[in-house]
Design a protein around this ligand. Structure first.
Ligand SMILES: Nc1ncnc2c1ncn2[C@@H]1O[C@H](COP(=O)(O)OP(=O)(O)OP(=O)(O)O)[C@@H](O)[C@H]1O
Ligand SMILES: [Mg+2]
Length: 340
């Protein structure tokens, strides 16, 4: 477990006081992927840099596992840092070293013998999917490949925690997805705790278990990702949720105007139920035709969430039974929009 208590960081810049992290409290469980989201200047990077003391706290206490990070002397801190890997938006690779040599670097620092180093580097290259690129230089790699090197290097000393500061912000959507998949893969395979900082809600949605929303150096809202998506409380959280839920109903007004046949219902998915499975189940068990007209389903780590507007066409009795079934047998909420 990682526990952060009363953590503050005050910068002094031209006689101005900047409170980047403000009396922040947070608990992160072992093995979870914990997201921290916030706009620019919220204090996210400062928070993550405080966790491995790349930044010295002004006050407060950080405990990772059994170790109180905040009181370690230089030597002990160096040891503790081997348990905390970190990856960055701009990769921070060594440009004059090959892929293998970049990954070997933290092993050299940790004093791992050459033979073991080679073996470990090979394992890591395999793990992050860079086989065949061992001898390439960073300048010869795509952004996604560079981040894979960053990840391999961060994992070299078998850390328990991986800190990711905007690790996908410099990547295109497709590459972002492949890196997020890799993070999930290593989280599951290695049981690694991942703390991930981003200003993109879709990143949180895709891989995080829990999320904290930061504003002005404070956590203003936190919870399970699904709960935060369903019931965002703070204005800043609502804005982030809107990022991924835009145009949820499409042109519903127009749909309603032009609507002629069948029953028009809106289905609210709230977690566990997968939309695909439900629609095919209905089509199998009832003599109705189901057409999805609009809507947006978002897949979070814990289940589908969102709404679909569907048209259910069939005999009145059959349609009613279908709706009854959804209401009673599933966790999907049904809202009848047009009762034809
Ligand atoms: N070394 C520093 N010296 C002075 N002020 C700093 C320093 N580092 C950060 N700050 C200030 O602290 C505040 C928080 O910055 P931080 O980089 O943590 O935000 P962030 O949430 O990571 O933003 P971004 O999304 O732009 O990366 C900002 O007002 C920033 O200007
Ligand atoms: Mg930052």
């Amino acid at each position: 477990m990682i526990s952060i208590e009363g953590l503050s960081k005050i910068f002094h810049l031209n006689q101005k006081k900047i409170t980047a992290v403000d009396n922040l409290n947070l608990t992160i469980q072992d093995g979870e992927i914990f997201g921290v989201i916030g706009y620019s200047g919220a204090g996210k990077s400062t928070l993550i840099r405080l966790l491995n003391r790349l930044e010295e706290p002004t006050s407060g206490k950080i405990t990772i596992g059994e170790k109180e990070i905040t009181t370690l002397d230089k030597n002990k801190l160096r040891m503790a840092r081997q348990n905390i890997g970190m990856i960055f938006q701009h990769f921070n690779l060594l440009w004059s070293r090959t892929v293998s040599e970049n990954i070997a670097f933290p092993l050299e620092i940790a004093g791992v013998p050459a033979k073991e180093r080679v073996q470990r580097v090979n394992e890591l290259i395999e793990l992050v999917g860079l086989s065949g690129r061992e001898n390439a230089y960073p300048s010869q790699l795509s952004g996604g490949q560079k981040q894979r090197v960053g990840i391999a290097r961060a994992l070299a000393n078998n850390p328990k925690v991986l800190l990711c500061d905007e690790a996908t912000s410099a990547l295109d959507p497709e590459t972002t997805n492949s890196i997020l998949d890799l993070l999930v893969d290593i989280n599951e395979r290695l049981g690694l705790t991942i703390i991930l900082i981003t200003h993109e809600m879709h990143v949180i949605r895709k891989i995080c278990n829990r999320v904290a929303v930061m504003e002005n150096g404070k956590v203003v809202e936190q919870g399970d990702v699904l709960d935060v998506f369903l019931k965002p409380k703070q204005p800043v959280t609502k804005k982030f949720v809107e990022q991924v839920m835009e145009n949820q109903d499409g042109d519903l007004d127009q749909l309603l105007e032009e609507y002629t046949s069948g029953e028009l219902v809106r289905l609210h998915f709230v977690g566990e139920t997968a939309n695909q499975a439900l629609i095919s189940k209905i089509s199998r068990e009832f003599t109705v035709e189901v057409n999805i007209l609009s809507g947006k389903i978002t897949q979070t780590k814990l289940g589908a969430y969102g709404t679909l507007v569907v048209q259910i066409i069939g005999e009145k009795n059959e349609v009613n039974q279908t709706i009854q079934f959804i209401k009673e047998e599933t966790s999907v909420e049904v809202e009848v929009l047009v009762n034809a």
